[in-house]
Design a protein. Structure first.
Lengths: 246, 84
């Protein structure tokens, strides 16, 4: 049984290590690019086939975002980022369920015993990926807040000298921002990595019919975690733009 | 003296298996209770006002993700202790 908390490197390009989770995310990007190219080549007013499917997905995301923002204008403004986060994360989460995950790979000899380095590993089970996504969300939230309210008004939420109570509330808000960063990345990482470990152990114990409920659970968890990441980003962006107390 | 120290060292090696177990076990108590309360209140609210069930469901899923994250932190620590 082979479990490693860091993604294993397959090869290096001029001293830049390429891990298996990186390859999976490139493959997912390639699939999305090719799919969107073929779907938008011949757009018709009355959709059929794959275009219909894509429109269903887009309408679902727009509906979810409308329930948070409240008006279509704001939804359309933030749609590219939120939809990208949602679709990319859900595709990468479900890529960890493909047959061959954790089993098909290269055999290498390290420190005396043989180790298997699998080709497929979900990108969200790699802490680098989730921290990068969390940083992107973090940057979007603050930059959007600064753009819409103005730098000094936005900074006065965190560092203010009007009265001592507000000063301490500002410090608490700073700490809570940091904890948001950690919580974003670890929530996604922990869920998906724990799911992979669970599946590895289950398939190791009983390879045939028994792991099926666990795979269903993993499909559901992958969907929910992508949804939660995108929705939380949207909620915090909305709070950052609307919040003008005092 | 050296042998005694080695003997003591050898006999405490079982503790490395206990660490992750305790970390995850204790860390799952709080979020478990929290999610139970959360979903209970959500069900009550849906029972009182079935028309608002869509909104209630959305906020409930968000709340569940937040509380579950705490359990996931405990899980990550347990995995770190075991595998790193």
């Amino acid at each position: 049984m082979h479990i490693s908390i860091t993604a294993e490197t397959l090869f290096s390009i001029f001293a830049f290590p390429v891990t298996n989770s990186m390859i999976v995310s490139w493959a997912v990007i390639g699939v999305f690019v090719v799919l969107s190219f073929f779907v938008t080549r011949n757009i018709q007013s009355i959709p059929r086939g794959i275009q219909n499917c894509m429109e269903m997905v887009i309408e679902f995301i727009l509906g979810m975002m409308d329930s948070v923002t409240g008006n279509r204008e704001e939804t359309k403004r933030f749609f590219p980022l939120i939809a990208t986060i949602f679709l990319f994360v859900i595709a990468v989460n479900w890529a960890g369920l493909l047959p061959g995950t954790g089993t098909i790979g290269l055999k290498e000899i390290k420190e005396g015993h043989e180790k298997l380095i699998p080709f497929i590993r979900s990108s969200s089970a790699d802490l680098n990926f989730t921290v990068a996504l969390a940083l992107i969300s973090f940057a979007t939230i603050h930059i959007t807040g600064i753009i819409s309210i103005g730098f000094f008004k936005y900074a006065s939420r965190y560092v203010t000298f009007k009265n001592p109570l507000d000063f301490f509330v500002g410090i608490l808000e700073l700490v809570s921002e940091l904890s948001k960063l950690i919580s974003f990345s670890f929530r996604l990482f922990g869920n998906i990595f724990a799911g992979e470990v669970l599946l590895t152990v289950m398939l190791f114990l009983v390879p045939y019919v028994v792991p099926l409920p666990f795979m269903a659970l993993e499909i559901f968890v992958g969907f929910i975690q992508a949804l939660v990441f995108a929705m939380l980003t949207l909620v915090f962006v909305k709070i950052a733009t609307v919040d003008t107390h005092h | 003296m050296d042998e005694k120290v080695k003997l003591i060292e050898e006999s405490v090696k079982w503790a490395q298996y206990l660490g992750p177990g305790i970390a995850m076990g204790l860390g799952a108590i709080g979020p478990g209770i929290g999610i139970g309360i959360l979903v209970g209140k959500a069900l009550e609210a849906i029972g009182r006002n079935p028309e608002a069930s869509g909104k209630i469901q959305t906020v409930m899923i968000l709340g569940i993700a937040f509380t579950e994250a705490i359990a996931i932190y405990a899980l990550v620590i347990a995995l770190l202790i075991k595998f790193v």
